[in-house]
Design a protein around this ligand. Sequence first.
Ligand code: NI
Length: 394
Amino acid sequence: MDTVQRFEGLEEEVRESFGEDIVSLRREIHREPELGFDTKKTAEKVLSALDGLPLEIQTGVAENGIVATLKGGGDGPTVALRADMDALPIHEETGLSFASETDGKMHACGHDGHTSMLVGAARALCQDHLRERLNGTVKFVFQPAEEGGGGGRVMVEEGVADGVGSIFALHLWPGLEFGKAATKAGPIMAAADAFEMEIKGKGGHGAMPHMTADAVVIAAQVVTALQTVVAREVNPVEPAVLTIGEIEAGTAFNIIPETARLGGTVRTVDADLRKRMPERIEELARGVARGMRGDVELNYRFSYPVTRNDAGAAKLALNVAGELFGEDRAVEVEYPSMGGEDFAFFLEELPGAYVWLGVGDVSGLHTPRFAFDEEILPQGAALLAALALESLSG
Ligand code: NI
């Protein structure tokens, strides 16, 4: 059998047999968003959608995560498919009929879609005619706490990657043409690190600056100076971002505050550059602050590492997408996104690939109006199923 025949009809089959259920599960999850590791109700919805399938189910992984295991028709390797389940602390403004019923929480990163696509893939692959084609085992990994909690790291620590040969994950991707699957070998998402910096000055009367060390003015100089780390110290062809997203200082217009606080994020793709950044940030900020009779204290947190696709797995994913959807819908991207992703922790342990699935020109991820055409969901479920079929075709 050639590969074209292998996936022929799979997308239509998934849409016709499971499409409605995938969409209604997505809407149920969307209505009731949960944050971080606290994805208990989402996990319950997943469990009830998997009920009755020939899966070995492990619950309570990384608190509220689930690993569902399907033994195929042969004794080959294990492939894992991973979806994230958590929402964001954003107040939804989509106006959808199934919008979030919880003020201040929203599925604004599409994880409701990822979860329901993975359930769809599990249901498809559990059918006898597909299951018997799996020469090995499929693990369906439902992960909490992608948005900052590092649920992927906890899952790896709890052994989810043990015995697994390769792993894949999809992410719905605004800005990529609808229905296209895109990935690349090597880095696809950046390392996403964070820092807080306290600027220490000497407070006093707003009319007597000479008696103070003005933390606001120091902070302003530090923010500007830090922009030169990327602009003047990083090789211009090397991707890097330094963003200060928070500045806090002061209590009244006529008081010079004692301290100021900065919060920022650093995105890098190169491991050595990543390690060098905290030292350069601290040295530069300290030099500026001391020149103005102040000082700084840096609290730097290495958070999500680079999401680095295995070259073979990325190629497999592009081939599968090309065969399933047609060549014009499989896109090899040139540059990584500077966003972060805790799927990185799995890819530090295992070969695998992170794949973007285009939802076209819609409001961006992490915005209150993020919404997408649900027609993408059965397509993504079919892609996940095809990735497992191809990985276990030996
Ligand atoms: Ni996301």
